[in-house]
Write a protein that binds this ligand. Structure first.
Ligand code: BES
Ligand code: ZN
Length: 444
């Protein structure tokens, strides 16, 4: 690993580019400007594209007729680092420990997208040019739903014409096992607010005579699932495309003990999920309803005898083929309205959403990607679906008419979105090799 590569990585990681928090907007701007400069220095032509939200970074080499065109997508925004007290070193001061760089965004997505940039840099240095026409599109709003990227794609549809998209923002099933993703779950978010009395009340004076919003919310949320882990919203599974036999068989043969590893990584006392499915099937092929946050009433030290005026929860649903986000949201809202306990009112607010993605792992492009992965890692390739979501990937298909190759570099224990996120330098190197190999394979 060149010293300058590590320096670039550290500089990139030092920008606290937390997209969800308006206080960090200027930092996202600075990070985007740094990327523009880096991509120009590499020998590409880069520009900052302003949006109503955070800017998009767009770079390209000199395109030549008759060559394949590849679009590499990534994001420079990161999740909030909270809870800060659980970090062993500050989230935006990268440190190297035993070959792993620790910082927020190290894996998701700065290390992964940087490995592509450095791969391109090395190829241009060594060969003067790339084997393909290239676009880099690196956005600052992936972690908040990519709300402005679709417009950018539509407005620049002609200029962005390409043959395939390459994304490294997914996982490897284990260290050293190159992994091609052919599916992502979708997501749709919903905020729930339950209101009772107009003000917080004395629970002795009023308790028993008015409904408690926190109790009502707890009862309401409890109707989302049955005891076997199925989502209990009527119609929720109606559009779900069953897993193909070949997928179930292939996933059983993957060289990992998923149950054991997930128990270890999560520290959960046991696994739990929808009855009738294996862990990998639950993660990659089945939809979920999750409560991501819940609040209401007194949360300070000691006790407070109070009936809160309201209570709230934040929900997301992970979607699989062929569920439609809008329909699922409608079903969920109907279900919540119908099951609202007496004495409270309900307010539902839609959040961001993004569709699932499923492509053919046997296509010529997928096979080219698998050859590149094998070459970069010198190991057999695992072909999987993913549980996470990258909302824009389905738009690459809808707007640009191209498929996306998901070449993941995230390790199962990378701690993305969690404290002590990290990325091994081994994967930064592998990513550089992978970038060179995949551009070569896709050029042919
Ligand atoms: N890199 C992840 C997506 C991911 C993670 C895909 C693991 C496959 C495996 C991405 O940055 C992410 O976190 N996406 C969000 C999207 C949401 C905020 C709209 C997600 O999945 O929660
Ligand atoms: Zn993420």
């Amino acid at each position: 690993m060149r010293a300058s590569h590590l320096e670039d990585f550290y500089t990139f990681l030092r920008f606290p580019s937390v997209s969800t928090d308006a206080d960090y907007s200027e930092k996202l701007n600075e990070c985007a400007h740094w990327l523009v400069k880096k991509l120009n220095d590499v020998g590409l032509t880069a520009q900052l594209v302003p949006t109503p939200g955070h800017p998009i970074v767009w770079a390209r080499n000199k395109h030549q007729k008759g060559r394949r065109t590849v679009l590499i997508y990534g994001h420079y925004d990161v999740q909030p680092p909270d809870p800060l007290e659980l970090w062993e070193s500050p989230p935006f001061e990268p440190v190297l420990k035993d070959g792993y760089v620790f910082a927020r965004g190290a894996t998701d997505n700065k290390g992964q997208i940087l490995s592509h940039i450095l791969g391109v840099q090395e190829t241009i240095e060594q060969q003067g040019d790339l084997p393909v026409n290239l676009h880099f599109v690196i956005e600052g709003e992936e972690e908040i739903g990519s709300g402005n990227l679709g417009n950018f794609l539509s407005q620049n549809r002609e200029a962005l014409k390409c043959d395939v998209v390459v994304v490294s923002d997914t996982g490897m099933i284990a260290r050293g096992v190159p992994t091609l993703g052919y599916g992502l779950r979708g997501i749709t978010a919903l905020e729930v607010k339950v209101t009772g009395p107009k003000i917080d009340l004395h629970s002795g004076v009023f308790g028993g005579a008015v409904a408690n919003p926190v109790t009502a919310l707890a009862r309401l949320l409890a109707t989302l699932h049955d005891r076997d882990g199925h989502v209990a919203i009527p119609g929720f599974y109606e559009q779900v495309k069953p897993l193909e036999d070949w997928e179930r068989e292939a996933w059983k043969k993957l060289p990992i003990d998923a149950d054991k590893e997930i128990l270890k990584e999560t520290g959960a006392p046991s696994l739990f999920g929808e009855a009738g499915y294996s862990t990998l099937e639950r993660l990659w092929g089945r939809p979920t309803a999750e409560i991501n946050g819940i609040g209401g009433g007194y949360q300070g030290m000691g006790t407070k005898t109070v009936i809160a005026s309201h209570a709230m929860a934040k929900l997301t649903f992970r979607l699989v083929p062929n569920q439609k986000g809008e329909e699922i949201l409608d079903l969920a809202k109907q279900h919540l309205r119908k099951n609202l306990p007496p004495g409270v009112t309900l307010e539902l607010t839609d959040g961001h959403s993004g569709p699932w993605y499923l492509t053919d792992p046997h296509s010529a492009q997928s096979q080219a990607a698998q050859r590149a992965l094998r070459k970069a890692f010198n190991a057999d390739v695992a072909v999987i679906r993913e549980g996470g979501s990258i909302p824009i990937v389905s738009e690459f298909r809808n707007i640009l008419g191209v498929e996306t190759l998901l070449l993941g570099l995230a390790l199962p224990d990378c701690r993305a979105h969690s404290p002590n996120e990290n990325f091994p330098l081994e994967n930064l190197d592998a990513g550089i090799r992978m970038n060179k190999a995949v551009l070569q394979e896709l050029a042919a």
